[in-house]
Design a protein around this ligand. Sequence first.
Ligand SMILES: Cc1cc2nc3c(=O)[nH]c(=O)nc-3n(C[C@H](O)[C@H](O)[C@H](O)COP(=O)(O)OP(=O)(O)OC[C@H]3O[C@@H](n4cnc5c(N)ncnc54)[C@H](O)[C@@H]3O)c2cc1C
Length: 457
Amino acid sequence: MTTHTFDIVVLGGGSGGYAAALRASELGKSVALIEKDKVGGTCLHRGCIPTKALLHAAEVADHVRDAASVGVGATFDGIDPVAVRAYREGIVAKKYKGLEGLVKARGITTVHGAGQLRQDRSVAVGDDVYVGTDVILATGSYSRTLPGLEIGGRILTSEQALALDEVPERVIILGGGVIGVEFASVWRSFGVEVTVIEALPHLVPNEDIAMSKGLERAFRRRGISSSLGTRVQSATQDESSVTVTLENGTTFTADYLLVAVGRGPVTVDLGFEAAGVTLDRGFVVVDDDLRTRAPGVWAVGDIVPGLQLAHRSFQQGIAVAERIAGLSPVAVPETQIPKVTYSSPEVASVGITEAAAVEQHGADAVIAYEYNLAGNGKSEIIGTAGLVKVVRLKDGPVVGVHLLGDRVGELITEGQLAVAWEAHPEDIAPLIHAHPTQSEALGEAFLALAGKPLHAL
Ligand SMILES: Cc1cc2nc3c(=O)[nH]c(=O)nc-3n(C[C@H](O)[C@H](O)[C@H](O)COP(=O)(O)OP(=O)(O)OC[C@H]3O[C@@H](n4cnc5c(N)ncnc54)[C@H](O)[C@@H]3O)c2cc1C
């Protein structure tokens, strides 16, 4: 058994782990980054990046189909799944190469292998032990399924759905959250008959109700069917199809079933509890500074309860590295983390919903304003419908910004600044939004809330 000593040992090289490693090395720490698969983790290899590449291919397909409407001659000849895969894998490979180069250039020691946390801030990988003054746990998450719904054959998780080398005729998607909705969007653009089944009454149920309803409308227009408010009872499959039965007896049959019902933390059999780390329903219990209950052991990313997003993981990794180095980074509240669902149309939000604002502050203290993208020139030009909704407190700050429409994900940073800086609409109203941009729709909402609407009543 060989012992290797570092300032910091990071277990898991995904968004949270590698961000912690990069920042720690920048701050002069020696770092071992232990990864059993590929540095970059879920986001780079199986999540954000490959799905967004698919969504881009889907957008191109839609543009080609609609080209005549803007006077451009083009014919849509179909989707070549092998070429789509090559494009997607090419993007991931380039980003992976860049990341590997960066990790190496920063002098981080990458250890390839499965690590097991031991007592006294050490991690075992085979016969080697990596001891750190501090250890950061960043083992990420896996695709969950429902009891009795076994993954395999025609029942897929997002990983297998990504790897599918065919364009199916019909798919059923179980789960109307971010991942389910994004795959629904891609497949529909590829010409697939799509049905989304969601147990809750709305798609993207964590978003403001106006966004959920708007997305449902847009999906209906795109020919995506949804079954909302009823749970799945069972799913059976044979060689050529899968049939899903709901609790109300309705059945759906398709070529594949994608199960997108959420992601669970990767924390089982990794020695966490034996080393003094407390788990709650599998997630790692941490304090506000992301310290676990085991001294010198920290946790970041999807294993920490809360939003499972890559940028949250990056931010947590950076914050922990800085705390270990003696700095005092400001903790970012969950409500200030922007969320984007990259379907067509996109849904983007930051802060709280109108319903949450009313619950927290009372109906009389909350003012919400909705600006329809029909009034926005740029949205008309690119052919998207949608909505901007801003929630403020009466005579007080903006507490929520909610957007629906193609490309609106790029606008959410302005919403984040408004919410995080507790800006009043009156503060933002004098600032100018370039014309014609989609950001003007946000500007119009701020103007209206400041009592001086321009292109609205
Ligand atoms: C289909 C899909 C699409 C997504 N799209 C987006 C998006 O558009 N935007 C966004 O913000 N988020 C998106 N996410 C979520 C995002 O991928 C995660 O929030 C993010 O990857 C979490 O980072 P992490 O570091 O906590 O974990 P991970 O990225 O899961 O990394 C954990 C790493 O730890 C390694 N590991 C685990 N156990 C061990 C062990 N014992 N020893 C060594 N290594 C180990 C794993 O191999 C993995 O590489 C998406 C996720 C999915 C599945």
